[in-house]
Design a binder for this molecule. Structure first.
Ligand code: HEM
Length: 446
């Protein structure tokens, strides 16, 4: 059979190129794989969900609670189809697996990115793959956000309202952009079909393209190697080949991930649509995005409300500054990482994070910055309301925290790493002196 196929498709040529690819044996390299497997589960469950989902805002009678003949209970068809999926055998479970997997994929991609940053795997020659990785992360987040708008419950409705407002706040072209992006004014009938197109076609296609390019580049440039590889065979590739040793490891990892996601889905409901109910004119208080976008809400919380008139009828609002300009700073910094790190190229080995104290400290400060912003997004009053109940003063305290916590984290990390390095050096010196003393005082055997 193998020979039959090979004579026709020349598959054995692929063997050396792809199937013999050596994979490092180290748990930190599982993070990228977990991200990839989560994407696969998302695509599979997404296809199944699409079979029964109805992408339409059109109002239909809610068959689960029809109301009366005089006053039928009308809900959007998309919302109704989400209720119908919930009522199917394993339907609710399927929705939960899909939603949990989206969270796990974004979380795994962020932790994977942290591993790449802290071990210097973004340095020459892997800068391009770092940039492609950031694009993959951005498109993962966009795909996730468009996904939780689809069931068109009251939460989704209010989310679209907020996002519509943000897009419309772009000076000069905002209203036109929002209309183009959401197929008309809010809340228009075209919104769900348009977002469905983004969620199941446009964004996944871009995501698959970026992840595909990411994988091909990783195969071409080869993984960095864990530190132990240096001791085993210096500057040689150490690892297990994809065929056959790495494949069962990957299958096990994928099964483990699927099992964990199913446990989460079975016991922890995620975004139950009936909880929020169909779209309503009663706004949800304190609407919050999923955890990975809370930092953008934090940015909105710290920007004082303002309106600046620009030439040619443009308007600069706090909404635009907080939700678009401000977030461009951390995202821009992430893109700049390979250009800002001036240490020498890294062809072979994953570096020890503590050997690069400044890079480590910058990374910790950045994480602290995003964490404080996320906390501010989650509950601005948690940090400040009891100190100063007035909104402007709350902004001031948030501003101080958003900048002071990262600065303190930076210097604290530097102090800790340098302190540990000094202790280690002292220890080494002591050991060397002890060895010398011992060598001199030990009796000669000749
Ligand atoms: C969002 C979807 C992503 C997927 C599916 C993905 C997948 C992977 C996989 C499977 C690997 C090989 C195993 C490993 O090193 O962990 C890898 C390596 C790599 N990834 Fe990602 N990744 C994603 C996002 C990112 C992000 C956000 C970044 C950084 C900004 C990034 C940068 C890299 C780099 C530089 C490598 C080579 C690492 C090395 O040689 O040690 N990736 N990725």
């Amino acid at each position: 059979m193998n020979q039959w196929l090979d004579e026709r498709l020349h598959l054995s040529r692929l063997n050396d190129k792809f199937l013999r690819k050596a994979f490092p044996v180290h748990h930190s390299f599982f993070l990228g794989e977990i991200t990839l497997f989560a994407l696969v589960i998302l695509i599979l469950t997404g296809i199944l969900l699409a079979l029964s989902f109805e992408p339409s805002n059109t109002l239909v009678v809610n068959s689960f609670d029809p109301g009366t003949a005089a006053k039928p209970n009308m809900v959007p068809a998309a919302y109704h189809s989400a209720l119908k999926i919930n009522a199917m055998p394993f339907g609710d479970m399927l929705r939960r697996i899909h939603h949990w997997c989206a969270n796990i994929m974004v979380a795994a991609a962020i932790i994977h990115m942290m591993r790449i940053y802290f071990t210097g795997a973004f340095k020459k020659p892997r800068e391009i793959n770092w940039w492609i990785g950031i694009l993959a992360l951005i498109f993962s987040v966009l795909t996730a956000v468009t996904g939780y708008i689809l069931p068109y419950d009251n939460y989704a409705y209010n989310t679209v309202k907020v996002v519509y407002g943000i897009v419309a706040s772009v000076p000069w072209v905002g209203p036109w952009l929002a209309q183009a992006a959401f197929a008309g004014n809010f809340p228009g009938d075209g919104i769900i079909p348009r977002i469905y197109g983004y969620h199941i076609m446009l964004l996944p296609m871009i995501l698959l393209g970026t992840v595909g390019a990411h994988m091909l580049l990783m195969i071409k440039q080869k993984h960095t190697q864990p530190q132990y590889a240096k001791r085993i065979a210096y500057k040689k590739i150490v690892g297990v080949p994809l065929s056959t040793q790495q494949t069962p490891i990957m299958i096990l990892l994928a099964l483990l991930l699927a099992g964990i996601v199913m446990l989460f889905a079975a016991f922890i409901p995620v975004h139950p649509v009936e909880f929020f109910g169909p779209p309503s004119t009663v706004p949800i208080n304190n609407i919050k995005p999923d955890w990975y976008l809370l930092w953008v809400f934090g940015a909105l919380a710290i920007i004082p409300s303002l309106e600046i008139h620009l030439p040619a009828g443009g308007l600069l609002t706090s909404e635009f500054i907080g939700a678009m300009l401000f977030p461009a700073i951390p995202i821009g910094l992430m893109f700049l990482v390979p250009l800002l790190d001036r240490s020498k190229e890294n062809l072979y080995y994953a570096e020890n994070p503590t050997d690069h104290p400044k890079r480590l400290a910058w990374g910790v400060a950045f994480l602290a910055f995003m964490l404080v912003l996320s906390l501010a997004g989650y509950k601005p009053d948690l940090i400040s309301a009891h100190v100063l109940p007035d909104g402007t003063a709350a902004n001031t305290i948030l501003w101080i925290l958003v900048f002071v916590v990262p600065i303190v984290s930076y210097f604290l990390t530097l102090a800790i790493v340098r302190g540990i390095a000094a202790l280690r050096a002292a220890d080494e010196r002591e050991k060397a002196a002890h060895a010398l003393d011992h060598g001199q005082s030990s009796p000669s055997h000749d």
